[in-house]
Structure formats: C-alpha cells, structure tokens
Write a protein that binds this ligand. Structure first.
Ligand code: SF4
Length: 215
C-alpha cells in the first residue's frame, strides 16, 4: 500500500486529553467534520495552552449544538462532558498528561473505564497522541478492509486489533503503526469504500478473497 499511496503526511500529535476529545468526536464521522468540530471547540473553550475546563463546565445544550456536524451529537455531547468530569474527579484535575508514566496496557485500561471509550479510542489516544505507544487503532474503515482481505477471522475491534498485532512485526514502532493506520484509512476511503469497492483498480486484488469473488 505504501507503494500505491505513498508516504502519508506526518501527524502532529495532540496532547492525550485533546486526542481523547477528538477521538470521541471522530467515531463514525467524516474526518472533515470531526476536524471542523474540533476547531470550533478549541476556539470556543481553549485559549492558549489552557486545559479543557471551560468545555467540561459548559452547559450540555451548548456543547450539543457545537457538535451538530458529527454523528450522534446527542449521545456524544453528554458522554464527552461526563468523561471530562470523570477525569477531573478521578485524577483531581483535568489532564491526561500523568498517563505518560504508566505502561500502555494500564493507560488503555484506565481510559476504557469510561463509558463510550473502547479499544478503538484507547488505541487512538495511546498511539496518535504525544504518548506515542504501540497500538493499532482499528476503526470501522480498518475493520472493513481487514475483513474483506480475510486477514483475521471476523470479530470486534478489540479482538481484531489483538490478532493483527500478532501478525505485525515486533520491531514496528508507534510511528510505523500510525502510518499503517493512515494507509489503511486512505485505502478504505478511496478504493475499499463501503458501497461498491473499486476492486479492479486495487493493488491488493490478488490477495483479497472478497475482491476476487466480486470479479
Ligand atoms: S480487492 Fe476490493 S475488497 Fe479487496 S481490499 Fe481491494 S478494494 Fe477492498
């Protein structure tokens, strides 16, 4: 895929809390819409390097109205507020920078204790943010490509990530895993789209049971 798509642009990592907020918005939402919504939240609630207390303390209806561009705003707004309150209560202040000192598994477990944070979001936080740990964010796009290629048996994101990590070389570092995720996402959004994948143009066709069956 690297030969076909070229090197993805490097990511500018967010701090862990900002990445968590972004990942909550981004689930099942187009990148342009989650990016635009994140910009709205940042300009409204975040000035300079201040943390996200103003978002945590904002009225729920106000947060929900700012989330209108993302899917399930009515679910994501209360969940986001509850998570920000929960972090403040559990840690004593609103930050996730302290996670840096924990092992990756412990960080993911800590994050997944919050309702609405599953393997996909915890992987995004540890891999994409400044934490930069080894993890593979298996979102809906990634899952679709993996299942069509029959790389692992059909399963949920957490199990699929675990199985894929067994196939991935152990010397792939966090940046390589992030790059791999970006390439799979690009593939899922250009050729291996949900409806009518463009299999005849796909560089993976010879390896893909789904694509070959469709020819
Ligand atoms: S051959 Fe088709 S289904 Fe298989 S990975 Fe390529 S685009 Fe997706």
């Amino acid at each position: 895929m690297l030969e076909h798509y070229g090197q993805p642009p490097p990511r500018v990592p967010r701090d862990p809390l900002s990445q968590l907020i972004y990942s909550l918005l981004a689930s099942r939402t187009r990148t342009e819409d989650s990016d635009a919504t994140m910009r709205k939240l940042e300009s409204r609630y975040r000035t300079g390097n201040a943390a996200w207390e103003a978002l945590r303390d904002a009225p729920l209806a106000e947060i929900e109205s700012l989330l209108q561009q993302v899917t399930f705003a009515e679910v994501k707004a209360p969940r986001l507020k509850a998570i920000l309150i929960g972090i403040s209560e559990r840690y004593g202040r609103l930050t996730l920078d302290f996670l840096e000192k924990y092992r990756t598994e412990k960080i993911r477990e800590w994050l997944e204790n919050f309702e609405g944070v599953g393997a996909q979001i915890s992987a995004a936080v540890v891999n994409f943010s400044t934490l930069r740990r080894r993890a593979l964010c298996v979102d809906a796009n990634h899952l679709r490509v993996v299942q069509r290629l029959a790389l692992t048996p059909r399963a949920d994101a957490a199990t699929t990530e675990m199985r894929l990590m067994r196939l991935i070389p152990e010397d792939w570092n966090a940046l390589m895993l992030d790059e791999h995720h970006a390439l799979v996402k690009l593939h899922a959004q250009t050729l291996c789209v949900f409806a009518e994948p463009r299999c005849s143009a796909c560089p993976l066709l010879s390896l893909c049971p789904f694509g070959q069956k469709a020819q």
